[in-house]
Design a protein around this ligand. Structure first.
Ligand SMILES: *[C@@H]1O[C@H](CO)[C@@H](O)[C@H](O)[C@H]1NC(C)=O
Ligand SMILES: *[C@@H]1O[C@H](CO)[C@@H](O)[C@H](O)[C@H]1NC(C)=O
Ligand SMILES: *[C@@H]1O[C@H](CO)[C@@H](O)[C@H](O)[C@H]1NC(C)=O
Ligand SMILES: *[C@@H]1O[C@H](CO)[C@@H](O)[C@H](O)[C@H]1NC(C)=O
Length: 407
């Protein structure tokens, strides 16, 4: 009797424990699900009903007394807003010299008329990606020979994060740069959490050495840029009165909530950003700003606290403080990948996730036959139908939105 009672107690105990455990698991999962839904609801509500991000100006303003600068090589650092690292590899004359306020170099040389300065955010070890880009969409001579337009493509880098490999990788980088002359490297560790430092590098370099570029673009090294389409789009903007000013275009995220889950790469703690949603920003995969906006962002980086390490969000904060809003373009992708089809190649600007197939896509997308597919009334009808089939699926697919089918 007594034994039996004990056994029952034991069984119940196990049962109770198991139930408790299951409940715990469910609750943790539920909480995460719940958080996800609730945080999106809060962030959209905030974005679409309140939509005031005035706190950004004062909250991110740098305390004047704490400003300091590590810039060793000149005038940039004298302004003294942010920590800026010395250049290890640099090409001050990439844009034909005479950048704004750079001072001292190449008096006599005339500036090149640069339509677009394009920064590719690369990492030291990504030699192959850089090579693929140089051979395809990043080929400056191609753009000159086909479109008679000056673009400059440079790669923005820090130093290799692994101290053991650093000197070897650095030697390889110097050699690569000797051949191609297109690396811009500063002395900071090239990590995910230093991407904002890389963003600052880009806008500071543009300000100092290429302030006369009509447009500045920032892109990941695993995206594909349809350079001819991009150049034609920029021409279109320039031909309108207002178009080439006050422009920030890309794949826009509106009302995105900060991710509080500690396991996420994009985790942002409350201390860093306590509010329910980020200001609007374009996906960092690829976006374009006009020269005047690039100058404004540069100014903002001097006075804003750059501890927000998600670079595209930091860009959003800078833009908000300067009164610049992003514009959506359906053929700039965020995470999305373009479907492989001539009717898409006709319109696409950027497509994400092309570390390995850049060369084949470039061949296909710039084939002269692409134009003829969509020409004429029948061609354009055919292509619209094709695009509807490719983009307007009832289930989620990671590509351009259905809207893009009708442009
Ligand atoms: C920037 O913000 C962080 C916390 O968000 C703070 O610890 C740091 O002191 C600030 N830096 C400056 C220069 O104001
Ligand atoms: C870049 O384009 C030019 C002009 O079309 C071409 O002659 C050259 O071979 C290309 N360079 C590379 C590395 O593909
Ligand atoms: C960013 O780079 C600086 C300079 O090299 C380094 O001290 C810092 O630890 C890096 N930060 C991260 C988060 O990697
Ligand atoms: C503060 O932000 C607004 C945009 O939200 C901007 O128009 C204004 O110029 C900013 N003011 C200061 C002092 O930075």
């Amino acid at each position: 009797m007594f034994m039996n009672f004990r056994r029952i107690r034991k069984c119940q105990c196990v049962q109770l424990l198991t139930t408790g455990l299951v409940l715990c698991v469910v609750m943790v999962c539920w909480e995460q699900l719940d958080h996800h839904v609730v945080s999106h609801m809060r962030s959209y509500t905030y974005r679409y009903l309140v939509n005031s991000y005035d706190f950004l100006n004062s909250s991110f303003a740098i305390n004047q007394h704490r400003r300091h600068s590590q810039e060793s090589d000149g005038s940039d650092g004298a302004v003294g807003g942010v920590v800026s690292y010395p250049y290890l590899i640099n090409h001050p004359d990439k844009c034909g010299g005479g950048g704004g306020g750079g001072g001292g170099h190449r008096e006599g040389r005339t500036r090149d008329n640069i339509l677009l300065l394009l920064f590719v955010k690369s990492s030291p070890e990504n030699f192959e990606r850089r090579q693929a880009i140089r051979d395809t969409w990043g080929n400056e001579s191609y753009v000159w020979s086909k479109l008679r337009e000056n673009v400059r493509v440079v790669f923005a880098l820090g130093v290799h994060p692994d101290a053991g490999q650093r000197s070897q990788v650095q030697r390889a980088l110097l050699q690569e740069d000797q051949t191609y002359g297109d690396l811009i490297q500063q002395d900071f560790v090239d990590t995910f959490h230093n991407l904002t430092t890389k963003l600052i590098l880009q806008f500071h370099w543009a300000h100092r050495y290429c302030s006369h570029a009509h447009f500045v673009m920032s892109a990941d090294d695993d995206i594909f840029v349809h350079m001819p389409n991009l150049v034609k789009y920029l021409w279109g903007l320039q031909s309108t009165q207002a178009g080439a000013k006050d422009l920030w275009v890309g794949h826009v995220h509106r009302g995105a909530p900060p991710i509080r889950c500690k396991d996420s790469k994009y985790h942002v703690p409350y201390e860093l950003y306590p509010w329910p949603s980020y200001p609007d920003y374009t996906a960092g995969a690829g976006y374009v700003v006009s020269g005047d906006v690039a100058a404004k962002i540069y100014q903002a980086t001097l006075v804003l606290n750059s501890t927000m390490y998600i670079d595209d969000v930091f860009m959003g904060i800078c833009a908000k403080a300067m009164g610049v809003s992003p514009q959506e373009h359906v053929y700039f992708s965020g995470e999305g990948k373009a479907p492989y089809h001539p009717c898409i190649y006709d319109h696409m600007i950027t497509s994400h996730g092309h570390a390995t197939d850049v060369r084949s896509l470039w061949q296909a997308a710039t084939d002269p036959a692409v134009d003829s597919v969509s020409s004429g009334f029948m061609g354009s009808l055919y292509c619209t139908a094709m695009r509807v089939m490719l983009l307007c699926r009832p289930y989620y697919q990671n590509t351009y939105s259905c809207l893009a089918a009708f442009t």
